[in-house]
Design a protein around this ligand. Structure first.
Ligand code: ADP
Ligand code: G6P
Length: 478
């Protein structure tokens, strides 16, 4: 087994399968990048590749809205292959089983997962739809890389249809311990579905270990290290199970951050906010896993008690609209909006708004200008597979300053030790860390940021993809 050059991997036929295509339709701006870490990461990997991306565009198969045109056939060398879903499929498979059962379950069940038999059945049927489409599209012997919790049954279904393919699966979100996973009524089907892969990748070692324990318990298989040998009619097959912590395309962010336009915009943002002494920032999809509510509470208490001066501190929270038809998302939005308006009502003065809240998507350069403008970045999820926002902030700090407050329950915390690590369930501890981060000396901030930047640039998303693909090809020299 030798190592393989990056160019070799780029030559192969690659088919990527994910619930979402990398674009979504917006009435004002037309087709634009879809939200979330999966799309950010894979778009960066595939931008210059000859590959096909199979996924849902957000359009409905039935009741198609007249005003939504078909998505473009591709971007650069990347071909987009649209899967259309019916309204009932979106309700049962996407809003229902994926985001009402699996998403909360895999995030420590921080809101109760809801299990409906009909929704699982729809999930199964939609997974079959993706598997069939992939079986049609993939050239002989191609490498197929399936992504995330919406498509966990696809690996096995696809293997039955196309045994010639090399099948990889990567889970972008956490994979929970047995004590939590075991409540899933369809735990066996999910494990069997994933085991159709040649390689299963998780964000963290814990995720891989949890999975191997479950395979032993529920499938009566005997993992040896990171390998599991399965007996099938056609013979034995080895499934590799490993951690591949994802990264970002750090140089892209640094370049954008350094551009004169973004630098000027960052200054403008600070001046629009009244040139505060401390500008704090949060950027998340509006999701109950992200700990936006505890973060607002912590900052509000600090301002109320005047540990932070409300006249000299501004906190900007960007909350990207997400999964708006799912009840728990409607609830968390209401909670957050109430917290923000109460805080501003209590602490604000005419012309002084301590908390700015933006419920909107924004272009990449505007987001980067915010990262450049912010002195302290608050990333406080209760649980997060990785969290790319934390890495993006670090990559954008081209002057090697700024402070990152980061939840220890993110995958990112495994490598970003120099951040101010916090337990989001401990509000007093979090308040102390926020205060400490906002009052840190320039020397300490510099030292920490230097180390953080080193990690983010070293373990970027291209290296992640290369590692995964090499292992999938069975040619890894790791
Ligand atoms: P998740 O995948 O759970 O949404 P991540 O932090 O891993 O969380 O990834 C979020 C991605 O979405 C990042 O690449 C971030 O830049 C992007 N993003 C978040 N909010 C916005 C926004 N309002 N506009 C544009 N992009 C956003
Ligand atoms: C996370 C998930 C992705 C998902 C994204 C946005 O990053 O891991 O699979 O695409 O959130 O969520 P959405 O439901 O809008 O696709």
């Amino acid at each position: 087994m030798g190592s393989v050059a990056a160019e070799d991997i780029e030559q192969r036929e690659l088919v990527v399968v994910a619930n979402r295509l990398p674009i979504e339709f917006d009435e004002d701006s037309g087709w634009r990048p879809a939200p979330g870490g999966l799309v950010s990461a894979m778009e960066a990997v595939l931008r210059d590749r000859d590959a096909t991306w199979i996924g849902w565009s957000g359009r409905f198969e039935d009741a198609r809205r007249q005003d939504v045109p078909p998505p473009p056939a591709g971007t650069g060398n990347l071909q987009l292959d649209e899967v259309l879903l019916t309204k009932a499929e979106v309700e049962g498979y996407y809003e229902g089983f994926s985001n009402g059962a699996i998403w909360p379950l895999y995030h420590d069940a921080i809101v109760p997962p809801i299990y409906h038999r009909t929704q699982f059945e729809t999930y199964r049927r939609v997974n079959e739809k993706f598997a069939r489409r992939t079986a049609q599209a993939a050239p002989p012997g191609a490498v197929v890389w399936i992504h995330d919790y919406q498509l966990q049954l696809v690996p096995r279904m696809l293997r039955m249809l196309r045994p010639d393919l090399r099948i990889g699966f990567f889970l972008h979100i956490p994979f929970p311990p047995a004590e939590i996973f075991s409540q899933l009524p369809w735990r066996r089907q999910i494990l069997e579905g994933l085991m159709g892969s040649d390689l299963i990748g998780f964000q963290t070692k814990d995720g891989a270990v949890n999975f191997l324990r479950l395979v032993r318990r529920f499938l009566a298989l005997r993992p040896g290290g990171d390998r599991v040998v399965v007996d099938e009619l056609s013979g034995t097959r080895t499934v590799h199970v490993e951690a591949f912590p994802i990264g970002i395309r750090a140089t892209d962010f640094a370049e954008l951050a350094a551009s004169p336009e973004v630098q000027a915009r960052a200054k403008q943002i600070r001046s629009d906010l009244g040139d505060p002494k401390v500008l704090m920032l949060g950027v998340d999809r509006l999701d109950y896993t992200k700990g936006i509510d505890v973060r607002i509470r912590a900052v509000t208490e600090l301002l109320q008690d005047e540990d932070l001066d409300p006249e000299e501190t501004v906190f900007v929270q960007v909350a990207t609209p997400s999964r708006e038809n799912v009840e728990e998302y409607q609830r968390i939005r209401e909670d957050i909006e109430l917290l923000v308006s109460r805080a501003n009502g209590d602490i604000g003065k005419l012309g002084v708004t301590p908390i700015h809240y933006l419920h909107q998507n924004m272009p990449r350069d505007e987001l980067v200008a915010m990262y450049v403008a912010a002195d302290v970045m608050l990333v406080t999820p209760f649980r997060d597979g990785m969290n790319l926002v934390a890495m993006e902030y670090v990559a954008c700090r081209i002057n090697e300053d700024g402070a990152l407050v980061l939840s220890e329950f993110t995958g990112a915390a495994n490598s970003m030790h120099e951040a101010w690590l916090v337990n989001p369930y401990d509000i007093d501890g979090m308040k102390r860390s926020i205060l400490d981060a906002s009052r840190t000396s320039p020397e300490e901030a510099h030292q920490r940021m230097l180390a953080l930047r080193h990690g983010v640039f070293e373990h970027d998303v291209e290296r992640w993809a290369l590692d995964f693909e090499r292992q999938l090809e069975g040619r890894n020299a790791r």
